[in-house]
Ligand binder design. Structure first.
Ligand SMILES: Cc1cc2nc3c(=O)[nH]c(=O)nc-3n(C[C@H](O)[C@H](O)[C@H](O)COP(=O)(O)O)c2cc1C
Length: 214
């Protein structure tokens, strides 16, 4: 099987109004921690109107932002509402975080749903609200990253147990240049998982490619 030892590729999509502020510092620490544990990580600051087709290249999308005046920062919410982000998040495993000053129960009840309402069909690996004092707390960050890895590995194990690649499909994948190979692998496996296929054949790859191009 071509994917079992694959490194997790994660993108952190975030927003903040404060350049160099608490969220920016937190994102850097989160990225470092994920990389230390073996993930390939990129980060991208959201723009409500950007093109998000690049999320197809990632296994996991980590999304988060601060809360300002009771609302999750606007470029992240705007991206979920206005751009093609939601379409490209289809079948993606996601992890969520918020940074805010409100007590946790209030944040889970009032702020996280502002993001989660757009992700009702996604597998959410982990979600966490970070209070300002937790943003520089290594233990809190460590626990969040552990939760992401644990849930990701579990989901991958279930998928790998259910999915096999035919020899022809595997050979075809090997012939695709590196960058596109990764994109096709991720798309084929996510597509097969959603469709309930247990085998990835050349036809399944074609169907998944067709979906990518739509
Ligand atoms: C202008 C402003 C409005 C805020 N409004 C809220 C709020 O409504 N609810 C909340 O829980 N926290 C609120 N906070 C706290 C921030 O969410 C928190 O401090 C966050 O870590 C700030 O991130 P930043 O440093 O990236 O801007 C607010 C902070 C600021 C500066």
């Amino acid at each position: 099987m071509p994917n079992s030892s694959q490194q997790m590729k994660a993108i952190i999509l975030y927003d903040t109004r404060t350049a160099g502020g608490s969220t920016d510092r937190f994102i850097d620490a989160l990225g470092l921690k994920l990389a230390e544990k073996g993930a390939y990580v990129e980060k991208g600051k959201c723009k409500a109107t950007a093109d998000y087709s690049f999320v197809q290249d990632f296994d996991v999308v980590i999304m988060g932002a601060p809360v300002y005046y009771l609302l999750v920062a606007s470029e992240l919410l705007g991206a979920l509402i206005q751009s093609n982000l939601k379409r490209h998040l289809r079948r993606k495993k996601v992890a969520l975080f918020l940074t805010c000053g409100s007590p946790e129960p209030m944040a889970y009840m009032m702020y996280l749903p502002q993001i989660k309402i757009h992700l009702v069909r996604n597998k959410i690996l982990a979600e966490k609200v970070f209070a300002p004092q937790q943003l520089s707390d290594d233990n809190a960050l460590d626990a969040y990253v552990k939760d992401i890895f644990h849930a990701y590995r579990k989901a991958l194990k279930i998928r790998n147990a259910a999915l096999t690649w035919t020899n022809e499909a595997e050979e075809m994948l090997e012939q695709i240049p590196g960058f596109f190979r990764s994109r096709i692998r991720i798309a084929a496996e996510e597509y097969a998982e959603e469709m309930g296929y247990s085998e990835i054949t050349l036809e399944v790859i074609d169907e998944a490619k067709g979906e990518l191009e739509r």
